[in-house]
Ligand binder design. Structure first.
Ligand SMILES: [Zn+2]
Length: 832
């Protein structure tokens, strides 16, 4: 009986495997053309139907409605035990999870194609999955005995499809290997980013986009020990694999670096055998925490980026070195490298598991950073910060009593006394996610090399603009798991609703009021009502203004659903300040917004504006390609948003914008787009307010040039960075009386990502600017650092009946700068 059963299973598994097809057998164009996403899904479905070594889950959906998939690949026995293995693994690192006797298994996560126009990644995912399962490949069967592979074949199906569909639409039977062929020139916005033109490989920690949120939810259920992020780079580059480049964050452990070296050695042997070109330890650093290599690293894993030369290569391209690079070549290189990563993990399994467990124990018992407890004062944007912590599985509590304390105050960059109050958020570094917590909260991270690929400061207290403290010790105090909300003030009748202006929830209320044609006013003056302290920027909705709405109270309750701190005012009579009938409460007009898109516009910066209106605020925005601007009646709009970009307006288009402003329109212009107005007749935007300062700077630059004559070649190459900034936090002071700064607090910390600067403008309101002796966090070149004093970051200029809001720094940068989101909203909704 037993024998019969064995031969029956053998028979079944043979017939199962007999139908198992390689990508080349299943897809006739495999390696010759980019696979459509639905074909990729069909390929994996075929693997699942014909093998008991693969299981599948749909972990989310993209904005365009495509499914996001993860596949678990291991031996049939391990897969049967998958949930126990997962529970035991989490339990071993101190996360909730039940212990089970399942042996020690290593968890290896493979991520492909976060950038849509890097298709050799997803293509090789099919090949890697096949080789892991293929019964003829004995080696992979051996590795999988003690390894669970979690394979995500495409992190960005919308971008992947945009690229692939476009490539199919422009290619015929013949190849187009010449570099200038349109096959190698993607159209705007290209397929790199997701639906909203967000770069998902900058979004791991912030999870602004739903693809990231859904993926990290699954990631946190698995907490892999190795994470491989598969990319492509420019097609003239060879291949990159670990070890990574400096700068490396100080919190990266020796064990993590040692594994990089082991993998580099293993992979280089395979590439040497085939004579393939590669490099390591250059360009791709490990610092900014929101990438597919760093984020896993700060979650204890060995996080790695793999890059094949291939962006823009289409099906085949003649590279600068004269060789032909085909899609099949790119697949081959990736397949070899990624399988080697799995092989190395199998070989180093015992060490990996031991190191991973001690990583969490060590960091919990001996936090690596300067501060051990972080306090975020309650209210407004603190709620959004709490959501970000939850998405990252970072534990926190709310204070349930008051206590006098002393600690590092982020906003003044000094130690000071303060009072902890109920509902303040407390985050302890003595927790499982200790390292990630400290990476996100430490005000300064040491840079081992100032040549970084990305921003060098990002701490959440500055990003969210919430008063915060760092304590060097643990804190013992009464806490709760949820904030306690105070009851509403009692009232006999509704005269008005009051909505504090302190974060995106406030803006969302305003957007809804506008969409529902409910009249709303903004406060321009501080006033005091019974129990309510109105600040400039706060909203009031008067019942008397909205007589047309039959069920006013009910309608308002719906509008205010996401906004807990609203209040009812029962009398328009103020105790101090202005009564509600005063002109200190002007009516707000619903803006009708037009956003420019198309060639020349930075796709990511455009995407940030679009996403903010469309998804965060759910407020309509018209999107028009720059090329079609001439056909648009601008007078039908109140607000024109010109995102960062390289615009080349002709005189007619410029005149059209001038007229729009003169007739009362508002232009919000960002980053490089400021060049449209720079040194232009009728506008005050100019880099230097006076000839004297222009000349002084020229003299200083000349002196530096003269000094540089004595530099050798290498130091002259590095000299460029003294006048650059890849991303640093810069203190700004603000004119609190101006609507552009309403709700932002006493200081604004701007994330500066370009070296462009303008001295305070003559003839405009310099609302938010960098003062003398300003504080900064992160790397700024020494020469630029001096020049930024007394430069303006956000200014408003009146011209004719309209105005221009100049934004030198992008407040919506990657969507995570929460105080920037409010600043942008001020420009759209409150500045008039
Ligand atoms: Zn990439």
């Amino acid at each position: 009986m037993k024998q019969l059963f064995v031969s029956l299973t053998l028979f079944l598994s043979l017939t199962l495997n007999a139908q198992l097809k390689s990508p080349a057998d299943f897809l006739p164009d495999y390696g010759k053309h980019v696979t459509y996403y639905h074909q990729l899904e069909a390929y994996f479905a075929q693997l699942g139907q014909n093998s008991d070594m693969i299981q599948h889950t749909v972990y989310g959906q993209t904005y365009e409605g495509r499914n996001l998939h993860a596949y678990y690949i291991s031996t049939p026995d391990n897969l049967k035990n998958l949930e126990n293995i997962r529970q035991n693994h989490l339990n071993q690192i101190g996360m909730s999870g039940k212990p089970a006797s399942v042996g020690n298994k290593a968890i290896v996560w493979l991520s492909f194609n976060v950038h849509g126009n890097e298709p050799a990644a997803a293509e090789s995912a099919m090949n890697v999955a096949y080789e892991l399962i293929n019964p003829d490949n004995a080696a992979t069967k051996e590795w999988l005995k003690d390894i669970i592979v979690v394979l995500d074949p495409c992190l960005n199906p919308d971008g992947y499809s945009r690229y692939g569909n476009w490539l199919h639409s422009i290619t015929g039977q013949q190849l187009h290997p010449e570099q200038s062929d349109r096959e190698h020139m993607e159209l705007w916005p290209g397929g790199r980013e997701n639906h909203y033109a967000y770069d998902l490989n900058r979004d791991w920690a912030w999870q602004v986009q739903q693809e990231s949120q859904q993926r990290i939810a699954l990631y946190n259920q698995w907490m892999p020990m190795v994470h491989v992020d598969v990319h492509e780079m420019g097609f003239n580059e060879p291949y990159f694999f670990p070890p990574a480049a400096e700068p490396m964050h100080d919190f990266i452990t020796k064990a993590q670096k040692d594994f990089h070296t082991a993998i580099g050695e293993m992979t280089s042997k395979k590439f040497d055998e085939k004579g393939w070109s590669y490099y390591t330890r250059e360009i791709f650093d490990l610092f900014y925490p929101s990438y597919g290599d760093t984020y896993p690293t700060f979650n204890g894993a060995v996080g790695m980026t793999y890059e094949q030369g291939g962006i823009g290569a289409g099906r085949a391209v003649k590279t600068n070195s004269g060789t032909m690079l085909t899609l099949q070549d790119r697949i081959n290189h990736h397949t070899t490298a990624i399988l080697t990563a799995v092989e190395t993990a199998a070989w180093q399994r015992e060490k990996l598991i031991k190191n991973f467990r001690s990583y969490f124990k060590d960091s919990r018992e001996n936090p690596k950073g300067k501060y051990e407890t972080y306090i975020v004062k309650n209210g407004g944007r603190a709620e959004e910060l709490a959501k970000l912590l939850t998405r990252n599985n970072i534990a926190f509590t709310y204070a349930d009593e008051s206590k006098k304390l002393s600690g590092y105050h982020y906003q003044s960059d000094k130690d000071k006394d303060f009072t902890l109050e109920p509902n303040d958020i407390i985050i302890s570094a003595r927790q499982t996610k200790s390292v990630l917590t400290q990476v996100l909260f430490e005000p300064v991270a040491r840079l081992s090399d100032s040549l970084s690929y990305d921003i060098t400061a990002w701490d959440l207290p500055h990003a969210f603009g919430v008063e915060s403290y760092g304590l060097k010790k643990s804190l013992t105090v009464k806490t709760r798991n949820a904030p306690k909300y105070k009851g509403k003030f009692e009232y006999e009748r509704v005269y008005a609703f009051y909505v504090p202006w302190n974060g995106r929830a406030s803006v969302k209320v305003l957007a809804q009021l506008h969409s529902n044609k409910i009249k709303v006013r903004k406060a321009t003056k501080a006033s005091f009502y019974r129990g309510i302290n109105i600040q400039p920027g706060d909203l009031v909705v008067l019942k008397g203004d909205n007589a047309q709405i039959s069920e006013f109270e009910q309608t308002m309750k719906v509008m205010l659903e996401g906004k807990r701190d609203f209040e009812v005012i029962e009398s328009g009579f103020s105790l101090t300040g202005a009564d509600l009938g005063s002109e200190a409460y002007p009516l707000l007009e619903a803006p009708k917004v037009l956003l420019l898109s198309g060639k020349g516009v930075s796709s990511t910066e455009f995407g940030q504006v679009w996403f903010y209106f469309d998804n965060i605020l759910e407020y309509p925005v018209s999107i028009v390609d720059v090329a079609n601007l001439g056909w648009v009646k601008l007078s039908e709009f109140t607000t024109l948003v010109i995102a960062d970009g390289w615009y080349d307006f002709n005189e007619t288009q410029k005149a059209q914008i001038d007229t729009f402003i003169d007739n009362g329109g508002k232009v919000i212009v960002q980053g490089n787009a400021l060049n449209i107005f720079n040194d232009r007749q009728g506008y005050s935007l100019t880099h230097f307010a006076t000839e004297t300062s222009r000349n002084a700077e020229k003299d200083a630059d000349d002196a530096e040039e003269l000094e540089a004559r004595y530099y050798n070649y290498e130091s002259s190459l590095r000299r460029g960075i003294s006048s650059s900034v890849s991303g640093a936090i810069i203190e700004n002071v603000l004119d609190k009386t101006h609507p552009l700064s309403y709700g932002l607090g006493d200081t604004y910390f701007s994330l500066k990502t370009t070296s462009s600067y303008y001295q305070l403008l003559k003839g405009a309101s310099n609302v938010i600017y960098v003062p003398n002796g300003y504080k900064s966090f992160g790397f700024i070149g020494s020469s630029l650092k001096k020049k930024l004093s007394n430069t303006v970051t956000y200014a408003v200029e009146h011209k004719g009946n309209g105005q221009i809001v100049y934004m030198v720094d992008n407040p919506l940068f990657r969507g995570f700068w929460e105080s920037g989101n409010l600043l942008f909203s001020n420009a759209v909704f409150l500045v008039d």
